[in-house]
Write a protein that binds this ligand. Structure first.
Ligand code: GLN
Ligand code: ZN
Length: 761
């Protein structure tokens, strides 16, 4: 029989119960017992939900209080030394809850472990830290406990573990001569022990995630896989080796030859790999087909998928087949039924985690007994797919004609940078080391309260607007007093840099409950791009023009770029991302034009997500960068030479894509560098960045106020690798999470630092 299987279910709860419970615990408003109780209820509900949906394979240990990579660190006892001596009463050898949270969030004495993005998702994991003398031991029995817990509730589960090779690859060695894979022999005994204990508890199968297999591997990683799995295969339970986020490509043989009992492949990201996987799969190995999109919200085309199931069934037989989501459903919202404000038509095109379980179940039924056995589900899916394809809300001929007509000239500023620069200098009359900020000013409690009151109808549009005007004017006055050279309006009217634009664009839908975990207790609610994107009217001109009307200093217009708007949304699956991105780019281009017409002389188009959109495989980078950089150029190139285009990115790790960053041809780019004391600028030594650049001199991630001497020191360092003429002076990022007192003090020092640099120059 073909089995419907799941790889992981969202753990946050339908009404964000986990967030509320953990935050209450952190705030000391509840105790560990209460937190554990809520966690248990969430797990039970998820198991029930999956059993009720008819799934044959239900995961356990997919729950986490914070992050599954951190769970693995806890399981392996790999607690960095700075957390083990703390105040928490820690039983020898085990990682208690407070140590666990301390690693994620830091304490007064020990900074938190680093956090970074999980592959190409917007989920963030806690980066393991490894030392040369690193030891591992079983320090958390969570996988076994949760298996037992499910068993006691009458649900037989397949526990999920993060595999050793990927786990090590995700970590960072603290010494430069240590390669994480060197530690493989030391982690394997702990994995073996966990597997043995799971077997003893009654687990026949264990899902072991090795998404690294879908990436370009180092030689060390390539060697680790056979070494690891030879040992783990002997530990007891059968292993379902799960790969996802891309195809196996050149690692197909490697994966198929590992001594495991099952292999899961992502057929959403890489549908073409089915043939080669079927061919490479040996003897009795079970194949899990990742057919339902675990990264997006669209309803599956069941009729389109059934032939794939049938093909695999012909090749392997039903008993060797499982149908699954492409990856864990962690990356999708939980239940579409809760969306009471989406219109019925749009809703019929969507499927969230719960709905995806039913899709899997229907597909398995049809695979086993024919389409008629799951007729209702198939008919409904057919109808929805057809309706979506033919809907006038999805395709806008005017938009399509416009993207089709984009020319090379549309991507090209009138003159080259050195020409534009002369004109801009004349037009803007800025001093050397010009000072500015990245856009947002503190979103204080008052700002959020006024927005809430307006949304609830407690104040009217007029009152809200008056509030925003007053706040904006105060920000402008303060910037004048501080002596900043290029002002901003402060972005008080915006909640979020994507939502603000999405709400004003055609083709976007917003949900009320569709939260997805970003990290720890932080969840996001990405917009859904469902149709061709266009801009009915100007989106930002009013606020920029208002701010400019208050001052003679130039006010910089502030936009979010097309790549970022798309990257932080659920994207269309019915056309290439490039197409949607260029539609958004044209909308932003119109906005840029309107800002210019309204007298705005500098316009910043933020692209903080450009780098995270990079494909996982190096071979795909160029294809992506070409359309992504094009999108920025389409958005920005319509202006006169005199108008200065800025961009901002929240990082500076682009040594490997520097030429592409330069190809965006922004007149000025601001980036984050202060935390690394300008070390990130090393890339600028090898590649001379041609345009102007503002390396952040103030780490806005902490409330600390840097002195002007510190900032001057950073600027001098920057001036070693970048021409002083090219340098701008600004913070690392926007100031929306900061408070006014530290903003005022820091900006004062920032202006002083710039003035001293000018004097010394
Ligand atoms: N302009 C935005 C701000 O200042 C940029 C934020 C970002 O890049 N993440 O808030
Ligand atoms: Zn930023």
């Amino acid at each position: 029989m073909i089995r419907a299987a799941n790889l992981g279910f969202p753990r946050i709860g339908r009404t964000r119960e986990l967030k509320k419970a953990t935050e209450a615990y952190w705030a000391g408003e509840s105790d560990a017992g209460q937190l554990a109780q809520i966690a248990r209820a969430l797990r039970h509900q998820n198991w029930r939900e999956q059993a009720d949906a008819g799934l044959s394979v239900i995961p356990s240990n997919d729950f986490s209080f914070y992050d599954q990579v951190l769970d693995t660190t806890a399981m392996l006892g790999a607690v960095p030394p700075r957390f083990s001596g703390g105040a928490g009463a820690q039983a020898p050898g085990t990682v208690d809850l407070d140590t666990y949270f301390a690693m994620a969030r830091g304490t007064d004495d020990a900074p938190a472990m680093e956090m970074t993005k999980w592959f190409d998702t917007n989920y963030h994991y806690i980066v393991p830290e490894f030392h040369r003398d690193q030891q591992f031991h079983l320090a958390s029995t969570k996988p076994i406990d949760e298996f037992e817990e499910a068993k006691a509730a009458g649900v037989h589960t397949r526990p999920v573990l993060l595999g050793p090779v990927t786990y090590l690859a995700l970590g960072k060695a603290k010494e430069s001569d240590l390669e994480p894979q060197d530690l493989l022999e030391r982690v394997l005994p702990v994995y073996e022990e966990v597997l043995k204990r799971l077997a003893a508890a009654g687990a026949d199968w264990v899902q072991i995630d090795e998404p690294r297999l879908a990436l370009d591997l180092t030689d060390a990683e390539r060697a680790s896989f056979p070494a690891a799995y030879k040992r783990l295969a002997a530990a007891g339970p059968k292993l379902m080796l799960a790969t996802y986020f891309d195809g196996l490509r050149d690692n197909t043989e490697l994966a198929a030859q590992l001594p495991v009992d099952g292999l899961h492949v992502d057929l959403v990201r890489a549908p073409d790999q089915l043939e080669s996987v079927l061919q490479a799969l040996p003897g009795e190995t079970v194949l899990s087909l990742g057919l339902i999109d675990g990264r997006n919200v669209w309803r599956a085309d069941l009729s389109g998928l059934l032939p794939v199931v049938e093909q695999a069934k012909r090749a392997l037989g039903a008993d060797r087949l499982e149908l699954a989501p492409s990856c864990s459903l962690l990356h999708t919202p939980i239940d579409l039924e809760m969306e009471d404000q989406l219109d019925a038509e749009l809703k019929s095109w969507l499927a969230f985690a719960k709905q995806k379980l039913h899709e899997l179940s229907a597909l398995a039924t049809a695979g086993n007994h024919g389409r008629d056995a799951a007729r209702q589900a198939f008919d409904a899916a057919d109808q929805a797919i057809r309706a979506r394809r033919d809907s006038a809300r999805v395709r806008d001929p005017k938009v399509r004609a416009r993207t089709a007509a984009i020319t090379e000239a549309d991507k090209q500023r009138h003159s080259a940078f050195h020409e534009r620069r002369k004109k801009q200098q004349k037009h803007l009359q800025l001093p050397k080391f010009p000072t500015t900020t990245i856009g947002s000013f503190p979103q204080t409690r008052e700002v959020r309260r006024a927005r809430g009151q307006f949304r609830r109808g407690e104040i009217d549009a007029r009152q809200y607007e008056d509030f925003l005007k007053t706040t904006t004017e105060q920000a402008v006055r303060l910037q004048e007093e501080l002596g900043l050279d290029v002002l901003v309006h402060g972005e008080f009217e915006r909640t979020d840099m994507v939502e603000y634009f999405g709400e004003q664009l055609e083709g976007f839908a917003f949900t009320r409950h569709a939260w997805v975990q970003s990290f720890g207790s932080r969840y996001v609610r990405p917009p859904i791009i469902y149709g061709d994107v266009s801009r009915p009217e100007a989106m930002t001109v009013k606020w920029s023009a208002y701010a400019q009307s208050l001052t003679d200093k130039p006010v910089k217009g502030m936009l979010t770029g097309p790549v970022t708007i798309q990257q932080w949304s659920f994207v269309r699956d019915d056309q290439p991302r490039r197409e949607t991105c260029h539609q958004i780019a044209l909308a932003i281009r119109d906005e840029v034009q309107d800002l210019e017409n309204a007298g705005i002389r500098l316009i910043q188009i933020d692209e903080p997500a450009l780098r995270e959109g990079l494909p996982l495989r190096r071979a795909d980078w160029e294809g992506y960068l070409r359309w992504a950089v094009d999108a920025f150029r389409i958005a920005s190139a319509g202006v006169a030479d005199e108008t200065q285009i800025h961009t901002h990115m929240c990082y500076a790790e682009f040594n490997d894509i520097m030429a592409w960053i330069a190809a965006m041809d922004a007149d000025v780019i601001s980036i984050e560098t202060s935390r690394s004391a300008m070390e990130l600028l090393d890339g600028f030594v090898d590649f001379r960045y041609p345009n102007e650049i503002g390396p952040g001199v103030w780490d806005i991630h902490s409330p600390r106020v840097p002195s002007s001497a510190e900032m001057r020191d950073l600027l001098s360092k920057a001036a070693n690798v970048i021409d002083a003429d090219q340098l701008w002076v600004n913070p690392d990022c926007g100031l929306k999470t900061r408070g006014w007192p530290e903003v005022e003090a820091s900006l004062k020092n920032l202006v002083t630092a710039a003035r001293e640099m000018r004097r010394a120059a």
